[in-house]
Ligand binder design. Sequence first.
Ligand code: CTP
Length: 402
Amino acid sequence: MRALVCVTGCIAAYKACEIVRLLQKSDVDVKVCMTEHATHFVGPTTFRALTHHKVAVGLFDDPEDPIHHISLAQWADIVLVAPATANILAKMAHGIADDLMSTTLLATRAPILIAPAMNAGMWDAAATQDNVRILEQRGVHMVQPDAGYLACGEVAAGRLAEPSRIAQAALDLLRGDLDLSGEHILITAGGTREPIDPVRYIGNRSSGKMGVALADQAARSGATVTLVLGPSTAPIPHSVNVIHVETAEQMRTAACEAFDGCTVAICAAAVADYTPRNPADHKLKKSVEHLDCIELVETRDILAELSASKEDRVVIGFAAETNDVVAYATRKLATKGCDAIVANDVSRPDSGFGSDTDQAWWVGTSGAEELPCLEKTELARIILQRAFDLRHARHAGVSHEA
Ligand code: CTP
């Protein structure tokens, strides 16, 4: 997980050091961006020593990175502005982008968390309160300032909230409402390619998006994630250990090796069922003789193999069907021996290969439940929640049904 901590010019700037430390203790990789004014309160060297990253201050400071605001904006899983002055709140509310921090804040698609700190008069000012309202309406998250003794001598609202409260709010946002810290999840994703010759292969339409969404959500929730990924164009999340594979057999080897240290495995890959027995080592020339001569052999079923050795681990499979979805998924649940199957109808335009949404059924030992059509990120969260409910029930020794 990656957090960009933006420090603005305020007497509470020194407290950002503690916030950085607290995030690092929770395995968050932290970079710091400072306004020019902030550097009058705390030196960039302090943050550089804490984070082991260059501290970003000026738009043109880094000759190696000429579009620094974009790379910072894209790097972060969350952007935390602490302390946030009235000035940065005003710039954010009105889209002013005139330095590295404000351009980065405008460019980022990551969630933003602000922790305001300022004199009580500035905090109470109608302009500041309007700006805060605008930001909250746009989905910016906030840790309210505390009331207390302020640097100006007043005792009132405006003091930066406790660093522990700010760091916790950032961690909650990074992890969502699922806390999977300490868990290790194996995910298979994407399609496989079975070589016919050095140029051609047998493949399928899987985009890998569902498996990658699962990996992303699991990593955001604090889990260690091993993603065994076949060819896929889905952007790979940070903080995920990716093993790239191409064939079903490579996927099987990587998945079986990674399974040992895992608590949960989710097989979302579209694995080829058959592979050419003897792929040619040279390009086959066009010939009618080849029409009959590509002999296929069955691949080994990774999901069934993991399920057979799962012991107290939870193993979830997928079923991509075009008809009789629940009936086929129920059969797969029994034959593969996994704990549940997520089944979807890939003939639907909102649920097919490459779509960003999925309409799925959760098929467990007690039956099938139809889920609404959801964004893959949201479906991923539900699948993880259910997988870990099963795991916790199993661990607690409670008899349960999927
Ligand atoms: N699977 C696997 N290894 C294989 C084949 C499938 O791990 N060699 C897993 C998939 O990752 C998925 C589940 O099994 O979790 C179901 O895959 P699917 O292709 O739908 O089912 P198949 O068993 O291949 O059956 P069919 O193609 O006849 O529907």
